[in-house]
Design a protein around this ligand. Structure first.
Ligand code: ADP
Ligand code: MG
Length: 453
């Protein structure tokens, strides 16, 4: 089974659960949907023939939702098509026709990841290096071999690798280009070894041929190969064979070779022969530019203040940035009103800072207590001795001691009191809490308000 096919039921269920789709809509639209086919980058979903008339409507309403649900289930982005029973989708026919060896090798590339739609931003070094490699890989003067791209998750490594592959495919179509994730590479090796042992076949040498006959090998997320003995040995044999024959190798990893703990010295030096480039987390302008580009693709459906909100709040991972945007697009499909900033904040609350530890400080406590007892900040900080004001003061001191990192000396300074007043206030409030259940409730509710702001 292919990846989406395997998780089809799960994907359908998450569509139903996550988007608040009414039970009648589930029965009418979602239940009858069937998995039809998938390629590297497109999933086709089939509707029963009686839905032919409303194909456009369904596509409009559910396409983005499925894109997101699939992306969440598989950590991989696919386009989604809907077809009606018996109508064959175009891209399927194309895939079935890729008989020539070259095309089937090069079809491991995801077409939508190109240099054109990669926002360079603060990654001009990485992009230049990748372009230089794209212009020369597979030729006699291939620059930077191997090219080693490293950096954190969701920063664009996979995108850049496919961009190199697609560029080569376009400008130098006779080259055999093979892109593989190290997960697939590992699976292929493990399966071949198993099959050869069990059935006495020769699939391992077929596999070796496949990898050693390419002009350009792109291997993604190499960290998953390193440390797995059989796969690692096979990888380095392949690496050496390609390298010695002047073929190009492009590797990605989550860390610099130096920091790959299980990498042998002799392999380390091989990775370092070419060029290592790191992909940097995007700065503010880059993040905004990526969102602008996405928004343009979707007809500028989302307002700029919302894009700025996402830019401000998701800073370390472009996959999450896109995820947030896609969620809003899906929301806009199912809601009849234009998305407002409030709606966006609400819909993104699980993505944006889910465990942000709130910093509670003197100012926040002062403001809340002042509001709660309707006493001005000036009065609280004054020398007035009125009982209500004095109690508010003591509560602020008690809460600062309990909820912030401020030392008692600090609290005293901020409250314009001396150290002994701080101690006295804390004890006084503790005592009242112990002796007066209503007061205790009051303080509890204040704390609740302050900590959930
Ligand atoms: P990685 O492989 O480093 O984990 P990916 O290449 O899968 O990250 O990127 C995650 C998503 O973010 C992809 O959809 C990719 O297209 C997008 N992306 C990453 N960097 C950029 C960029 N600079 N410009 C446009 N899209 C980007
Ligand atoms: Mg990747």
């Amino acid at each position: 089974m292919r990846p989406v096919e395997e998780k089809w039921e799960e994907i359908k269920n998450s569509v139903i659960a996550d988007y608040d789709i009414s039970s009648i809509a589930v029965k009418t639209w979602i239940d009858p949907m069937e998995y039809y086919s998938e390629t590297e980058d497109t999933v086709t979903i089939m509707l029963p023939n009686n839905k032919a008339k409303i194909l456009d409507l369904i596509t409009n309403k559910y396409r983005d939702i499925f894109i997101i649900a699939i992306s969440e289930a598989l950590n991989n982005d696919y386009e989604v098509n809907f077809i009606v029973d018996d109508v064959k989708p175009q891209e399927n026919a194309v895939v079935q026709n890729t008989n020539s060896e070259n095309e089937s090798t090069n079809s491991s590339l995801i077409k939508k990841y190109t240099f054109d739609n990669f926002v360079t931003g603060n990654n001009s070094f990485a992009v230049s290096a990748c372009l230089a490699v794209a212009e020369t890989a597979g030729t006699d003067n291939n620059a930077y071999n191997p090219l080693y791209i490293y950096g954190g998750s969701g920063l664009g490594k996979t995108h850049l690798m496919h961009a190199i592959g697609n560029y080569l495919n376009e400008h130098n179509p006779s080259l055999k280009i093979l892109y593989v994730t190290s997960e697939n590479f590992t699976n292929e090796i493990v399966n071949s070894l198993r099959s050869d042992k069990k059935y006495n076949t020769d699939s391992m040498s077929v596999l070796k041929d496949k990898y050693r006959n390419v002009d350009v090998l792109l291997i993604d997320d190499i960290q998953f190969v390193i440390g797995k003995e059989a796969t690692q040995v096979e990888f380095f044999n392949t690496f050496n064979s390609l390298y010695e024959n002047g073929k190009s190798i492009i590797i990605s990893s989550d860390k610099h070779p130096k920091y790959m703990e299980t990498l042998d010295e002799r392999y380390l030096s091989r990775f370092q022969m070419g060029l290592q480039v790191d992909v940097q987390p995007p700065n503010y302008e880059t993040r905004k530019a990526i969102l602008d580009q996405l928004n343009q693709k979707h007809g500028n459906k989302i307002d700029d203040d919302i894009l700025i909100y996402i830019t401000d709040n998701i800073s370390s991972n472009i996959r999450e940035l896109e995820g947030a945007y896609n969620k809003l697009i899906a929301l806009s499909r199912i809601s009849s009103d234009k998305i407002t900033l409030e709606m966006a904040k609400n819909s993104l609350k699980d993505i944006i800072n889910p465990n942000k530890t709130k910093v509670i400080n003197f100012e926040i406590i002062m403001e809340e207590v002042s509001k709660h007892y309707n006493i001005s900040v000036n009065d609280i900080l004054s020398n007035k001795r009125n009982k209500e004001i004095a109690t508010a003061r003591q509560i602020i001191i008690y809460l600062c001691d309990k909820l912030t990192d401020d030392s008692k000396v600090n609290i005293a300074n901020k409250m314009k009191r001396d150290h002994s007043t701080v101690n006295h206030s804390i004890n006084k409030i503790k005592e009242s809490i112990e002796n007066d259940p209503i007061f205790e409730k009051n303080i509890e509710s204040l704390i609740k308000t302050i900590t959930s702001l």
